[in-house]
Write a protein that binds this ligand. Structure first.
Ligand SMILES: NC(=O)c1ccc[n+]([C@@H]2O[C@H](COP(=O)([O-])OP(=O)(O)OC[C@H]3O[C@@H](n4cnc5c(N)ncnc54)[C@H](O)[C@@H]3O)[C@@H](O)[C@H]2O)c1
Length: 437
């Protein structure tokens, strides 16, 4: 095994750049501002609240993750972002309708100061939205260069020592990787030719990579999930990750499915439907954007259950996912699951799950954790796809030829063991000491 890397200091200002300043981004920003004033707790965030066991159970060493690995502190963070809708973070947080006034009023002035930069936006890729706060340029490469300039200006204006970028923009239409995504030079040529295979989210990812900034994608669109960017990020020690924040229904799926499999219970059908009424719901009402989301949600069960290894249990599952835009619910999503399971001798049983969740409340701690862990990865010079952060994604990117790990518990174990390795601590196998000494 490689020895653990040296990690440079976490001191200094950390700029967290968020393309897309809607519900998720502003709930994240507000939460960080409140938490650092001591006005609310960052619940759901591993970097802020989780401990890590080190050594033997009898050692009683369980520091907070943030103390033991030296993460940037919330006070060090400064936020920036882009959006075609010109609302500042205060206006956006009000429109999102996620937070109550008790969580908005104390930070109103700070939110007003966070104004979106002009977006690289094209309504061909997000058909249900438009806004006036957009960049213009003769071709996509010129637009990407403008994003790079924004990044450099933001860094200078805010005295940042380091930056990270997390895509919180809308889900773009479904695209498959093609020849334009193979190498950096084919990608650059395609930008110059305004090739339709290059979506705006890719321009942000490109700009981030060119500026040496870690990039994670919180939506299911391609963005940085193709060979040109994977190779470049690896060669240049820039951490990347994606795709699609694991919240709500998929979080439940990746908690439940490993449990059924651990007990060797069979599954015949899994029907999932959702109603939600936020801007994300409106975007996903477009079949092309929904297709991107559907692909991301459907892969989960197959990878966890391994039907090829267990044909009797999982060889014939009917899996269906639906998202319905229903404005009265706003950000308060309701996700129903009906699971037809099979037990001893093939007897059928049913499980019903009704999760009344708040989408952005579940997503915000993920954005924060990704920002801090990507910064850690960059300081440790870990390049390429950060599979140890799969814990946070519905559709985790993985190295070519490998299948993604979806099981939340394996992901959690891998995340913590990676942290132990980074800190030069022994990785925990859960074998008793008598077996390995
Ligand atoms: N909330 C969750 O639980 C959750 C979970 C997984 C993934 N996501 C994804 O996270 C993203 C954000 O979700 P949300 O609820 O905040 O949606 P939202 O609609 O409130 O915010 C998205 C924002 O992105 C902006 N945008 C679109 N294209 C852009 C571009 N090219 N450049 C800059 N800004 C752009 C939109 O104008 C909008 O303000 C969506 O793609 C969503 O699918 C959310």
């Amino acid at each position: 095994m490689n020895s653990h890397p040296n990690i440079s200091s976490s001191e200094g200002r950390l700029g967290v750049l968020l393309p897309g300043m809607g519900a998720v981004a502003t709930t994240t920003i507000a939460g960080v501002l409140l938490a650092r004033k001591g006005l609310a707790k960052p619940i759901g965030s591993l970097t802020q609240m989780n401990t890590i066991r080190l050594g033997l159970r009898t050692d009683h060493r369980t520091p907070l993750i943030k103390d033991f690995i030296g993460l940037a502190d919330l006070d060090q963070i400064v936020f920036g972002g882009w959006d075609p809708i010109p609302d500042n973070a205060y206006e956006s947080v009000l429109k999102a309708g996620v937070l109550n006034s008790e969580h908005i009023d104390p930070i109103k002035e700070e939110l007003i100061e966070i104004k979106p930069m002009k977006a690289a936006f094209d309504s061909d890729y997000v058909t249900r939205l438009d806004g006036p706060n957009k960049k213009t340029g003769a071709n996509k490469r010129i637009i990407a260069e403008q994003i790079r300039e924004d990044i450099r200006d933001f860094k200078d204006d805010n005295g940042c020592d380091r930056l990270v970028m997390v895509w919180c923009g809308s889900t773009e239409i479904f695209l498959r990787p093609g020849p334009t995504h193979d190498t950096m030079s084919s990608f650059e040529k395609a930008m110059e030719n305004n090739d339709p295979s290059i979506a705006p989210s890719m321009l942000y990812a490109y700009a981030a990579l060119m500026e040496g900034i870690p990039y994670a994608n919180g939506a299911p669109n391609l963005s940085a999930d193709f060979p040109a960017f994977e190779d470049y990020s690896k060669e240049n020690s820039i951490p990347i990750g994606g795709k699609d924040f694991k919240t709500g229904q998929t979080l439940m799926k990746t908690i439940l499915a490993p449990g059924f499999k651990a007990r060797m219970l069979g599954i015949r059908g899994w029907f999932s439907t959702n109603i939600l009424g936020n801007r994300d719901g409106a975007v996903l009402d477009d079949p092309a954007s929904f297709k991107t989301k559907e692909e991301s949600k459907l892969g989960v069960i197959d990878h966890i259950l391994q039907p090829d290894l267990y044909p009797d249990l999982y060889g014939d599952i009917y899996h269906k996912v639906r998202i319905n835009y229903y404005p009265p619910r706003g950000d308060d999503k309701e996700g129903w699951d009906n699971i037809d399971i099979v037990g001893w001798l093939g007897y059928p049983m049913q499980i019903k799950v009704d999760f009344l969740c708040k989408d952005s409340i579940l997503a915000a701690p993920i954005v924060l954790d990704l920002a801090l862990f990507l910064d850690l990865a960059a300081r440790a010079e870990l390049g390429g796809i950060q599979e140890w952060l799969s814990f946070y994604f519905k559709s985790p990117q993985c190295a070519p030829g490998l299948y993604p790990e979806h099981d939340l518990f394996i992901q959690h174990w891998k995340l913590k063991n990676t942290l132990r390795w980074l800190a030069g601590e022994e990785q925990i196998s859960h074998l008793g000491r008598e077996y390995y000494e």
